[in-house]
Design a binder for this molecule. Structure first.
Ligand SMILES: [Mg+2]
Length: 362
């Protein structure tokens, strides 16, 4: 990425709750909380996303749903409808790609666009950003915030600056002016722990970091210290990484000797399902399709697949679906190989790996 790059960071505003309000316009203006069932204040899950009206009550994503209920029992509490959000997300990502020379989706509701070469200056970039915002609003009925900057990190900080429905332009010569007054917590990767250490060093703003000797930062944070310093001065840049499409994850096992006992095969399917599931979580995906591969001792090979009604990252649904498909082959001979896989994968954000915890998307 050259110094004259123009990068957009685009982030949907309260994505899940915005989609819910779009689906049911009577919810407009109300505090809407998407997450697990509050069960009258006894629920044990968390808030996934909430509307800006709900935020005025102090509710935010990742907060225990019971606490959200205490803060605003009259809020509209809705369950997470992942299938719907993914459909909307896919539409938006397709739309965004058409505007950019480089594209990187970072989560279900966030992406970077490289528009260098598509626009020649920041005025044109702002015009393009407004066009994109209009396009998303008219075609998907929700709003987003866009940050425009010479690199990804500054663009990300900028998209958060005027949320919701924001547009923040940070030109190369105004990077420090923009960053320096901001709280250190605005730097991606500076969490509560780092903040405490910085606070003890007398560092509160990004400007304070920019003015601190890099050696002091390295002493406290190791290599991250260098990154913090670079980010503070607006010189940290990382490439737009085109979303590499992993189409499927699968594991197969060839038996040492052909197996006729279907109980042995079923145990193997359980182990393979487990391995596929582990890999799925590590890669941060959810799936919709489960695949089975069966090879008999005569090398005849069959594949079967079932597409579920909704995206999932559930281990048991991999195993159960594989078993169901396997039942067709029971008693047909002895098996040489079996394989289990998942496909129709959708990438989740780092924070979104555990469906149990729902999602933390702002
Ligand atoms: Mg968002």
């Amino acid at each position: 990425m050259g110094s004259d790059s123009i990068i957009f960071h685009i982030d949907m505003d309260g994505f899940f709750s915005s989609v819910e309000v779009r689906e049911d316009p009577s919810l407009k203006g109300l505090p809407v909380v998407v997450g697990s069932d509050p069960k009258g204040g006894e629920g044990r899950g968390v808030v996934s996303t909430c509307s800006y009206e709900a935020r005025e009550y102090g509710i935010h994503s990742a907060m225990p749903i019971s606490k959200a209920y205490r803060l605003c029992p009259d809020a509209v509490f809705l369950p997470v409808n992942m299938q719907l959000y993914h459909q909307v997300s896919e539409n938006i990502m397709e739309l965004l790609k058409s505007y950019a020379s480089g594209f990187q989706q970072v989560s279900v509701d966030e992406a970077y666009l490289d528009v260098t070469g598509i626009v020649s200056n920041y005025e044109e970039a702002a015009k393009l950003a407004r066009k994109i915002k209009d396009h998303i609003r008219t075609s998907e009925g929700i709003t987003c915030s866009i940050g425009i900057a010479p690199n990804k990190t500054v663009a990300k900080i900028a998209s958060d600056y005027e949320k919701p429905d924001g547009l923040t332009v940070v030109t190369p010569d105004s990077v420090r002016e923009f960053l320096y007054p901001l709280d250190v917590s605005k730097i991606p990767g500076v969490g509560a722990k780092s903040q405490i250490i910085l606070e003890k060093m007398g560092i509160r703003t990004i400007g304070d970091i920019g003015r601190t000797d890099v050696q002091l930062l390295i002493a406290k944070f190791g290599k991250s210290g260098i990154r913090f310093k670079k980010i503070a001065n607006g010189t940290y840049s990382s490439e737009i990484v085109e979303h590499r499409l992993i189409k499927s994850i699968s594991k197969e096992d060839t038996f040492e000797e052909d197996v006729a006992d279907t109980n042995v095969v079923k145990k193997t399917l359980a182990i393979l399902s487990e391995q596929v599931h582990t890999r799925l979580l590590r890669k941060g995906f959810v799936f919709r399709t489960v695949n089975l591969k069966v090879r008999f001792s005569d090398f005849s090979t069959y594949t079967r697949s079932v597409t579920l009604s909704a995206y999932s990252n559930d281990k048991m649904s991999i195993y159960r679906t594989a078993l169901r498909m396997f039942s067709e082959f029971e008693g047909m001979g002895s098996f040489r190989l079996v394989g289990v896989g998942v496909s129709k994968l959708v990438k989740m954000d780092e924070k979104q790996r555990r469906l149990d915890d729902f999602f933390d998307v702002d």
